[in-house]
Design a protein around this ligand. Structure first.
Ligand SMILES: *Cc1c(COP(=O)(O)O)cnc(C)c1O
Length: 555
């Protein structure tokens, strides 16, 4: 039997990339149509140098399919129509809605295969079996040791060094993995198949597993599934960083000559991508004030393909009227994606409000401990499929260890968010009444420009990040120095970029994130010399308040 495998020309196993058509890529969720899948997989085997299957090879092929073959034969038949789409290696870029019709070459080959099968009249026996079955049958007796184990017993030291003690597919170690209370970190770049028939079933979408780390990983998928539940999303996709999610999403959903709408206050690197990279593809960005819903509508009327905004925005904690904008997007057929990094699903669920996609820098609140980097996209399957296909090509993959940390972090997301919300609201309240503070940017305050819009849209609070401005000439040297005295006078928060972790972080924006930006640019964006961004951690509220008050005394 093993001999039979050896006889197979290698080409028989390497033609699978041709089957990645109709918007489906291996390792990614299979397409819905079983009929179409079947053609893909048959082609895998049949698109080989053989003119016509000989009877031994024929049996082998038959064996692979015997279980369900007859059940499906009628499906093959009914779908065998002379047709249309030529196969191309880059079929991935075909529109996902290309009809699932067999190609002419598939048609002919499958016809030939089916008729050869009928002519032979041979019994169709399953001869592709797992290691242990092969062993049992081969020796004619039951034996608990697999073929692999027996083989290793007689192998050289290097073979043993490579394979000894490694993962078994049954027994205590395999069970313990399933019984572990936490999702194990599956630190594996590739996933193997017990047999070729499993591999075929996998490609047919009938054997649920993973194939290669760039297309998915069990630990990562567990995190994605937790996100799907938190966001009430049809699907989710993790990537290496929030920026990777932003760039992959934009590249996947926008085509040359299209345009998108975004808000002025925005994560700096997102703006940079919109302003410097997308124009190379002739993709233009219309920038509006977060409160300017009328301009959003005007842009959508002009045919903008995508609306993309943070909510709240960074660093001025502005809030768009998402409810109205989502309705407008629906009316004009515009894709709506909300970066809700600052809010998280605890405070805001854009998908439940009707948005198509929600994006997070998982580096921030979702991870929650300043110890990982990842990006999250969740939402409608049709968009996630497009993005996942491109993600498999661009390759911004999150590593399984980070996925594990994310899973662990998200377990306490509501507990942490409660503390973040409470700390920021308390700090905003105290600072808004402090004589040395000119302005506080936080939507719980009635002085905030988006106060009334924010109140109706957020469920539990506005997140842990607030910003505020030290009193003085907004772009004067003394205000700059006062900001530095304040930041350096604090004891609890660390000085650093980022946000969303259990540790409080503080930055004077013009010294940190916008250090390299000329004042002209900062004036346009409202980044004054005394603008402080404060990311409240989960420390005790009174400790944070006391620390901020004592540091203000030095200002
Ligand atoms: C941090 C951040 C990003 C980028 O995420 P990374 O994980 O740092 O790549 C995008 N959007 C917002 C609102 C962010 O705060």
């Amino acid at each position: 039997m093993a001999e039979l495998f050896r006889q197979l020309p290698p080409a028989a196993f390497v033609s699978t990339p041709l089957t990645c058509s109709r918007g489906w890529t291996r390792g990614m969720p299979p397409p819905p149509s079983v009929g179409a899948l079947l053609f893909a997989s048959y082609k895998t085997y049949i698109g080989t140098p053989w003119e016509r299957p000989s009877s031994t090879k024929h049996r082998l092929l038959t064996g692979s399919f015997s279980k369900n073959f007859f059940k499906r034969k009628f499906l093959l038949r009914t779908s065998l129509k002379a047709s249309a789409v030529p196969i191309e290696e880059n079929a991935l870029f075909e529109e996902a809605n290309t009809p699932s019709v067999p190609t002419e070459s598939e048609d002919a080959t499958v016809r030939e295969y089916v008729s050869a099968l009928e002519e032979s009249g041979e019994p169709h026996v399953a001869i592709v079996q797992s290691d242990s079955q092969v062993l049992d049958n081969g020796l004619g007796k039951s034996n608990s040791k697999s073929r692999r184990e027996l083989f290793l017993r007689d192998s050289g030291s290097t073979t043993v060094a490579v394979h000894g003690g490694e993962q078994k597919r049954q027994g205590k170690k395999a069970r313990a993995i399933l019984d572990a209370i936490t999702m194990p970190i599956v630190q594996s770049s590739t996933f193997t198949f017990r047999s070729s028939s499993d591999c075929i079933a996998y490609n047919q979408g009938q054997y649920d597993s993973f194939e290669y780390g760039r297309y998915g990983n069990p630990t990562t998928r567990a995190a994605e599934e937790k996100i799907m539940m938190l966001e009430e999303a049809e699907d989710a996709l993790l990537s290496a960083s929030g920026m990777n999610s932003v760039t992959t999403m934009l590249l996947a959903l926008l085509s040359p000559n299209e345009c998108l709408v975004t808000t002025r206050d925005c994560y700096r690197r997102t703006r940079q991508f919109l302003q410097t990279i997308l124009p190379r593809m002739n993709i233009q960005t219309i920038v509006v004030d977060p409160a300017d819903t009328a301009s959003v509508e005007a842009a959508l009327k002009r045919g903008a393909r995508l609306f993309f905004s943070e909510m709240p925005t960074n660093p001025l904690i502005r809030v768009i009227d998402a409810e109205s904008i989502i309705q407008l997007c629906r009316r004009y057929g515009t894709i709506c994606c909300i970066d809700s990094t600052f809010a998280t699903a605890y405070n805001l669920k854009p998908l439940c409000m009707g948005a198509d996609l929600v994006l997070h820098s998982g580096t921030k609140y979702l991870g929650g401990h300043n110890d990982l980097m990842c990006g999250v996209l969740a939402g409608k399957k049709e968009f996630l499929e497009k993005i996942r296909s491109l993600h498999g090509i661009l390759g911004g993959v999150v590593d399984p260890h980070s996925s594990y940390l994310l899973l662990r972090g998200m377990k306490t997301l509501p507990l942490r968010m409660r503390a973040h919300n409470e700390n920021a609201a308390a700090l905003a309240q105290v600072l808004s009444q402090h004589p040395k503070i000119a302005k506080v940017h936080y939507p719980s305050l009635s002085s905030h420009p988006d106060y009334s819009v924010a109140k109706t849209q957020f469920k539990n609070g506005f997140g842990g990040v607030l910003s505020f401005e030290i009193r003085g000439d907004p772009f004067g040297m003394e205000t700059f120095a006062a900001g530095i005295r304040f930041v350096d006078g604090l004891s609890i928060p660390h000085i650093g970029p980022s946000l969303g972790g259990v540790e409080s972080l503080v930055e004077q924006v013009c010294v940190m994130g916008y250090f390299d930006q000329p004042q002209r640019v900062r004036r346009e964006l409202g980044i004054t010399n005394g603008l402080i961004r404060f990311s409240c951690g989960v420390e005790d509220k009174t400790d944070l308040l006391n620390d901020v008050l004592q540091a203000l005394e030095a200002v």
